[in-house]
Write a protein that binds this ligand. Structure first.
Ligand SMILES: [Zn+2]
Length: 542
């Protein structure tokens, strides 16, 4: 009895002090391929990985020093030192605060998975790590240091932006008469990209991996174009501007925004009147329309408006939130979470641009009635209203994105079904919400003036998105979305992909992929603003 006493005491102490942990199987994907499955340990909502498993995944050596209770991971020269029960780690020469303390369970040193996801570990290991606690999927990819790549056509120049991790050097040189080459020694790209821009300034851009460097080649349309290469911080990025030669004429309206043919038929009253562009006396809508003084102080304002022309206000509405989770993916991904992330990605791109001001109707996982969303945007004086959503369908093979603008009649039964789903939150909003519907309907009759613009914006976004992502483009559709009805501005609703389709779900779960979607949508907004002549000549994305 007495011999067992210390053990028993330790056991009881542990019961009292250590929260229970249990093993849960996780899958590991490494460099895009299935790697193996492991037992992770879960304490409440936090996941831990055994040090020896982590060592195997990241190709490290592990050693455990019992006396000092130290765990040492040796990775390609760099060392990571952790102490059991400690809340700090030594990563290379850097002291890093751990998100959670390391634990010892069943003789295993357990390291919080959040530590592997951090920037410090990514730097020494050379791998980017992402863990999805809902799907139990740990994704480990070679850390990319160059990219993503963005490009934008402005009235007087074409801009190419490449993000670069700190510490990487680069060298730009002309190759032949029409090619600019930027070599990035030791640069690693996430994926290679070849894009035919064809805007009269740049023919093709090509980002690719070579054995010892990453290389960006820019093939110009004409010879002798003027260009400049600059560097900006936060995040670090190279900005290549190529001046549009006078001989090239204005940028082509390649991503032409004809509304779909059936839209023309069904929206005859709204769309039949052609917009006449008179250059001497530009129509009022060419400048951001001047709205009544906002009743509420806009959340996102506060920046000084330096130019005489006020900024273009874009309200982004992340669909659902709080007790309304929206669609649920096959791996339990929640639509409301993705909508918020997509909205934030899009907001970030718009905010980098001088000419745009952005408002998010919700910033966190909060419940917001449908009618409040457009009301908030209206009070702020939004010029554009963009509602972000992800789709769901009982047929799991359905995939791709769709962009909607408002109509009292749906363009097809599927569009009607979707509007019913997205409107169904009204039943969660309690008494009164349904009665508002009639008011919304009446209100909308006065809003038809925005339908032309909304259909153009939707078509532009669908086309620019198609050039950035390999989701299938299901096109522009119309349906009666409650959230769009009250908007006092051109309003569109983006269904970015199907959570019920496992390929779409995987893409939407990827941070990098969501950025691509945001860039595609952003390019559509930019093109719309260009057509409206809202872009100031000096403004420009960096
Ligand atoms: Zn939705």
């Amino acid at each position: 009895m007495s011999k067992r006493l210390p053990l028993l005491a330790a056991f009881l102490a542990c019961l009292a002090l250590c929260p229970p942990s249990r093993a849960e199987e996780i899958q590991v994907m490494k460099s895009g391929k299935y790697y193996d499955k492991y037992d992770a340990y879960r304490v409440e909502d936090d996941f831990y990985l055994a040090a020896k498993d982590a060592a195997q995944i990241y190709g490290a050596r592990v050693s455990y020093h019992g006396v000092s209770e130290k765990v040492l991971l040796s990775l390609q020269g760099a060392k990571v030192a952790l102490r059991i029960g400690g809340s700090e780690a030594l990563v290379g020469k850097r002291k890093v605060e751990l998100p959670l303390k390391t634990l010892l369970r069943q003789n295993r040193a357990l390291i919080p998975i959040a530590f592997f996801e951090g920037e410090a570990f990514s730097e020494v290991s050379g791998f980017d790590t992402q863990f999805n606690p809902k799907t139990r999927l740990l994704t480990v990819n070679l850390r990319s240091s160059a990219g993503p790549l963005r490009w934008f056509t402005y009235p007087d120049h074409t801009r190419i932006v490449l993000e670069l991790k700190d510490g990487l050097a680069y060298k730009a040189e002309k190759r032949g008469v029409r090619t600019l080459d930027i070599g990035i020694p030791r640069g690693v790209i996430e994926w290679s990209e070849k894009v035919e821009i064809g805007d009269g300034v740049v023919d093709v851009i090509h980002l690719r991996q070579e054995s010892k460097q990453a290389r960006l080649s820019v093939v110009l349309t004409g010879e002798g174009a003027r260009w400049s290469l600059r560097e900006f911080e936060g995040p670090r990025r190279l900005v290549l501007d190529i001046v549009r030669p006078a001989s090239a004429g204005p940028p082509p309206a390649r991503a032409a925004a004809e509304p779909p043919e059936d839209a023309l038929e069904k929206q005859a009253p709204a769309l039949a009147a052609p917009e006449v562009h008179v250059s001497e006396a530009p129509p009022k809508k060419d400048a951001p329309p001047v709205k009544e003084t906002p009743k509420a102080e806009p959340q996102a304002s506060g920046k000084e408006e330096t130019s005489a022309r006020r900024k273009v206000r874009v309200a982004i509405d992340p669909g659902h939130g709080g007790r309304d989770s929206g669609a649920v993916g096959r791996r339990k991904t929640l639509e409301k979470d993705l909508n918020l992330q997509l909205a934030k990605d899009l907001a970030r791109l718009l905010e980098e641009e001088e000419v745009f001001d952005v408002l998010l109707t919700r910033q966190a996982d909060t419940f917001l009635p449908l009618s409040d969303r457009s009301k908030t945007a209206n009070e702020w004086g939004a010029d554009l209203f963009i509602s972000m959503h992800c789709n769901a369908h009982r047929v799991r093979s359905e995939n791709g994105y769709e962009i909607y603008f408002l109509s009292e009649r749906a363009s097809d039964p599927e569009a009607e079904r979707l509007a019913e789903f997205e409107n169904s939150v009204l039943s969660l909003e309690g008494e009164g919400a349904m009665e508002d519907e009639a008011a919304g309907l009446l209100y909308q009759l006065a809003r038809n003036e925005y339908i032309n613009d909304a259909s153009e914006l939707a078509a532009l976004m669908a086309k620019t998105l198609a050039r950035r992502v390999d989701l299938s483009n299901r096109g522009v559709k119309q349906a009666s979305f409650y959230v769009l009805r009250g908007a006092n501005a051109p309003a569109v609703l983006v269904e970015a992909g199907f959570l019920t389709n496992s390929k779409d779900e995987t893409k939407l779960e990827s941070k990098k992929y969501r950025r691509k979607i945001a860039e595609g949508l952003y390019a559509g907004i930019l093109e719309f603003a260009r057509r409206k002549d809202w872009l100031e000549r000096k403004g420009g994305k960096r």
